[in-house]
Design a binder for this molecule. Structure first.
Ligand code: PLP
Length: 401
């Protein structure tokens, strides 16, 4: 566990870096597997959450498929030996080259997001004398009750085919002879913590299914996407998301037709809690109403706070009693919690949005202290950049250091 590894080892590694706890990842995957197997559900890992080879190899070893949103993600999945027949490909803007690459690799399914995209895939498949398996990504107009930048299933969003467009899509499919409709796909957003949004989704899926039944169209696969949220506020007590309740809900509320298979595309909930961004305090600077703790990590390493005001728990692991218990003999434990101070924890990048948290309560923090930004394994390292010509952030794994 994270709480047990903060030892002298960390002090010698140049910051910033991502630290991945392989045990946490494996425990999470084990739980996903157990709970999804109960109902025979198929799980595809969304590579966009974290596409590190080591993470992908561990995910693959549990037998999961891959959910890709670019040609390079498909390439990565293939390189990491995910079975092509377990790869799905979504995205509103698939380029011709990406579609061709997916066709060449005989992936399981294209999740199509518009009629024009279907026409292009049909044309490219025809040129290769192939049949592309497609699912229609349907925009169910369901509110995921999450941050507006990670809501995807409302009519105002760019994703998917709207319900009122379905007649035209079905009519067009009759002439698109190199496409085979094998599924319906839905994905309403990310970091969804209110499970009732998924219940609303299930009821919508049932409705859409009935519409297809009315047309006498058989659908073999229902893909309900991803989106299960994680607990950013209390990572230690909620290391693993409630997969039991999540899969149970879909089993309870989805009305499946005979032999239909159900697919999930989970990203965040699988890899978020195993990753932590570790950095050092460069400077403490007095502001007007607050002190700034200026870190050597910024939005270039972890963009979520700047991009969607996301919360990450911030801990001073040089000062936390939690970690000292294990690093030295117990007689030297000091209770730093008695003297908490408030800091605006910021990065070094030349942007005011480069801020990890305002008025964060920390024990008295000094230059050189090691700071942990928790729950950073999903949409952390993958979104890192070289803005300001920064060095690309490094990664270390619990079983290697
Ligand atoms: C991002 C994405 C996912 C994964 O979402 P999480 O919230 O990380 O589980 C699944 N499906 C599609 C189509 C996506 O775009």
């Amino acid at each position: 566990m994270f709480t047990e590894i903060i030892t002298s080892k960390f002090k010698t590694i140049p910051t910033p870096f991502y630290y991945y706890d392989v045990e946490v990842l494996k425990q999470t995957l084990q739980k996903v597997k157990e709970e999804s197997d109960k109902y025979g559900f198929n799980v595809h890992y969304a590579l966009k959450a974290n596409a590190n080879n080591k993470i992908l190899n561990i995910v693959k070893s549990f037998g999961f498929g891959a959910d890709c949103v670019s040609g390079n993600e498909i390439r990565k999945a293939v390189e990491c030996e995910f079975t092509p027949n377990h790869i799905v490909f979504a995205g509103v803007g698939k380029s011709d080259a990406e579609i061709n690459y997916a066709l060449d690799n005989n992936i399981f399914c294209f999740n199509c997001e518009s009629l024009q995209e279907m026409e292009v895939i049909n044309e490219l498949a025809l040129a290769k004398n192939k049949t592309a398996h497609i699912a229609l990504r349907i925009n169910p107009n369901v509110n995921a009750n999450t941050h507006k930048y990670i809501t995807t299933g409302l009519e105002e969003n760019k994703f998917g085919i709207n319900l009122w467009e379905l007649d035209a899509v079905i009519a067009a499919l009759k002439t698109l002879n190199n496409l085979k409709l094998i599924g319906l796909h839905f994905h309403i957003g990310s970091q969804i913590t209110d499970l009732s949004s998924f219940k609303t989704l299930c009821l919508k899926v049932n409705e859409v299914q009935q519409w297809f039944v009315g047309y006498k169209i058989t659908i073999e696969n229902i893909n309900v996407g991803g989106g299960l949220g994680v607990n950013y506020h209390e990572p230690d007590t909620h290391l693993i998301a409630d997969f039991a309740a999540y899969f149970k809900l879909f089993n309870e509320f989805l009305e499946l037709l005979p032999n239909q298979k159900v697919h999930f595309e989970l990203g965040r909930s699988i890899s978020a809690q195993c990753g932590t961004l570790i950095s050092r305090v460069l400077y403490i600077k007095k502001g007007v109403n607050t002190n700034f703790a200026i870190l050597d990590a910024g939005m270039t390493e972890l963009m979520r706070p700047a991009l969607y005001q996301a919360y990450h728990k911030i801990e001073n692991i040089s000062k936390s009693t939690k970690y000292e218990v294990r690093s030295t003999d117990s007689s030297s434990i000091v209770n730093h919690n008695s003297s908490l101070e408030k800091y605006d924890v910021v990065g070094p990048i030349c942007e005011s949005s480069d801020c990890f948290g305002k008025a964060v309560e920390l024990p008295e923090t000094l230059r050189g202290d090691i700071i942990a930004l928790r729950t950073a394994g999903s949409y952390g390292e993958v979104m890192s950049s070289a803005y300001n010509l920064r060095d690309r952030v490094k990664a270390f794994y619990s079983d290697e250091i």
